[in-house]
Design a protein around this ligand. Structure first.
Ligand code: APR
Length: 255
């Protein structure tokens, strides 16, 4: 068994050696910004039922209730700020020739931290769309005055996120798998890795011989395939790891 220090060192070695990096993130990365995760002790799926909040059927049955929930989440997210984990990832992007963040989060915090190469697999809570037309709306008003909002065409507008039982955006998924297959190192941060197809990305990366570095409070299905798992808060581990990588990169330059 490697010690924590040895594990950090290994992760640091790969991150200084390789140039094509993919980062997969989940709700855990935004936890330290004050946004609740879905699973686990304080997870939202303990308080709310998926079937009543996050399925096309739920929206059809009670659009007001679904919108109220999303509006509450948007209020939390509006008050939140990117934390050191988001900021470290945004800084990393400036250093590597090939670097992409693939997120399951809809909160937009990666973008607010400055990330540019970003794939949002589950949509974005700040966008909404008409259920009948292809019209997309950027929503900044929080709380919404009229719930549920309506399109000019008279149809309802829904959050532009991926609900359970819905297909994922094809282009984003295809891009994410290509990146997973091509990357040298994949970091998997703050996801329980239970929801497909995001959960399959680390397997695709591993199959193509990438090193997998996991950052999580606890073990997940990914722990068994990870080359290194770093257990703790993403907002602490990422900055520490990155400051070691930067030292290593500076050493390489001066040699
Ligand atoms: N640092 C690192 N990891 C953390 C932290 C933290 N500060 N806090 C929580 N975690 C970890 C938890 O241990 C857990 O493994 O983050 C993970 C959060 O898991 P989920 O709540 O299941 O979130 P996620 O994996 O993103 O869920 C996937 O499920 O319901 C859906 O659409 C929703 O996109 C979401 C998808």
């Amino acid at each position: 068994m490697m010690t924590e220090e040895e594990r950090i060192k290994e992760a640091c070695r790969w991150l200084s050696q390789f140039k094509n990096i993919a980062i997969l993130t989940g709700a855990g990365i935004s936890k330290e910004s004050g946004i609740p995760t879905f699973r686990g002790k304080d997870g939202m799926w303990k308080k709310y039922r998926v079937e009543e909040m996050a399925t096309p059927y739920a929206f059809q049955q009670d659009p007001r209730k679904v919108w109220e929930w999303y509006d509450w989440r948007r209020q939390l997210i509006m008050k939140a700020n990117p934390n050191p984990a988001h900021r470290t990832i945004a800084e990393m992007e400036n250093i590597y020739p090939k670097f992409t963040v693939i997120t399951q989060n809809v909160d937009g915090l990666h973008k607010r931290a400055g990330c540019k190469n970003l794939i949002e697999l589950h949509g974005n809570i700040w966008r909404a769309r008409c259920i009948d037309e292809e019209r997309i709306f950027g929503f900044t008003e929080v709380p919404l005055r009229h719930i549920p909002p309506q399109c000019e065409c008279g149809s309802l507008i829904r959050p532009d996120v991926v609900w359970f039982g819905e297909p994922m955006p094809k282009k984003e998924v295809a891009e994410a798998f290509t990146l997973a297959e091509e990357c040298d190192v994949m970091m998997v941060v703050g996801t329980s890795a239970l929801v497909a197809p995001a959960a399959s990305l680390p397997y695709a990366a591993k199959k193509n011989h990438a090193y997998i570095i996991e950052v999580n409070l606890e073990s997940t299905p990914i722990t068994t395939i990870a080359d290194v798992s770093l257990f703790g808060m993403a907002g602490e581990i990422l900055p520490e790891l990155w400051s070691n990588v930067k030292k290593e990169l500076d050493n390489d330059k001066s040699e």
